[in-house]
Write a protein that binds this ligand. Structure first.
Ligand SMILES: Nc1ncnc2c1ncn2[C@@H]1O[C@H](COP(=O)(O)OP(=O)(O)OP(=O)(O)O)[C@@H](O)[C@H]1O
Length: 336
């Protein structure tokens, strides 16, 4: 578990303390993929760099497991950092070194002198990230997606339990982004390591994260499971991010309802409820009529979900809504 306890951070600029992160406490569980989303300048890089103490907090404590990171210095800190891998937006590879040498680098840095063992580990990592055929190339001979795969292999070299991803897909096209996110999800599943990623794209959060925190001007304004935050965003900033990831019409938020007869409802289905014919059953049983105004079916990580905006009419609408809720469908009334 990564724990931030009453942490805050200011930068000293020209003799003045400029706050970058307001005091916050946060827990990130072992084995989860945790996303931090925010606009430029919100404090994402600062927050993620606090975890491995690339930035020291101005106050508060940061713990990883039972180790208080904020109490460590020098050798102890260097050792603790070996348990934390990091990948970057611009990859940060050594341009004069081959793929193999780049991946071997952190093992050498950690004092490993067994060339055979290092090479065996590099080969294993090359296979994991799908770059075996590119082992002897230099970074300039690789595509952006391949460079990030080298970054991932290098970050995994010393078998960390935490992987930090600093805008790892921001420089990649959508298709390459999807394949790198799929690789991160696979690593999380198979190696059970904790992944903390920062991004300004809700779609990245939707594809791989279990939970998310929304940062706005140095404050965590909302956090929770991705499904909760995605389907019921509370804060204006979160709503903007969600709407960027979805065509707004699909959520049915701003349709001209005035001329539509009936009560305007938004139904959200999660998991198994997405596939079961509950709406048909309930409307048959209660004799209500409905008219679909907007809708979508998608996935949040591995969870299928659907949202339908509809107008419902009839004498038994309240009974129908009760039955839908009992069947695990969330019902919001948008207008009546
Ligand atoms: N080394 C520094 N010295 C002074 N101020 C800094 C420093 N690093 C960051 N800041 C300031 O702290 C605030 C948060 O910056 P941070 O880089 O953490 O945001 P971010 O959300 O990662 O933004 P971006 O997506 O643009 O990288 C900003 O106002 C920034 O100008």
């Amino acid at each position: 578990m990564i724990r931030f306890i009453d942490v805050h951070k200011s930068y000293r600029v020209e003799g003045k303390d400029i706050p970058a992160l307001e005091p916050f406490s946060l827990e990130i569980a072992d084995g989860e993929v945790f996303g931090i989303i925010g606009h430029s300048g919100a404090g994402k890089s600062t927050l993620i760099r606090l975890i491995n103490l690339l930035e020291r907090p101005s106050g508060g404590r940061i713990l990883i497991g039972n180790t208080e990171m904020t109490a460590l210095h020098d050798d102890a800190l260097r050792e603790a950092r070996q348990g934390i891998g990091m990948i970057f937006q611009h990859f940060n590879l050594l341009s004069s070194q081959t793929v193999v040498e780049n991946i071997a680098f952190p093992m050498r840095l950690a004092g490993n002198k067994d060339a055979k063992a290092i090479r065996a580990r590099v080969d294993e990592l090359l296979q994991r990230v799908g770059l075996t055929a590119h082992a002897n190339k230099y970074p300039s001979q690789l595509s952006g997606g391949q460079k990030q795969r080298v970054g991932i292999a290098r970050a995994l070299a010393n078998r960390p339990s935490i992987l930090l991803c600093d805008e790892a897909t921001s420089a990649l096209d959508p298709q390459t982004t999807a394949s790198v996110l799929e690789l991160l999800a696979e690593i999380n599943r198979e190696l059970k390591l904790t992944i903390v990623l920062i991004t300004h794209e809700m779609d990245v959060v939707r594809r791989v994260c279990d939970r998310v925190a929304v940062l706005d001007a140095g404050r965590i304004v909302e956090h929770g499971t991705v499904a909760d935050v995605f389907l019921h965003p509370q804060h204006a900033t979160t709503r903007r991010f969600v709407n960027e990831a979805l065509p707004e019409e699909a959520a049915g938020e701003h349709l001209p309802y005035e001329n539509v007869p009936g009560r305007i409802l938004r139904l959200s289905f999660r998991g198994e409820a997405t596939w079961s014919p509950t709406l048909g059953r309930v409307t048959r049983e209660t004799g209500v009529d409905f008219n679909i105004l907007a809708g979508r079916i998608d996935r949040i990580k591995d969870l299928p979900y659907g949202q339908l905006t509809l107008a419902m009419q009839g004498d038994n609408v309240d009974t129908a809504l009760r039955s839908l809720r009992e069947a695990g469908i969330e019902v919001e009334e948008l207008a009546r």
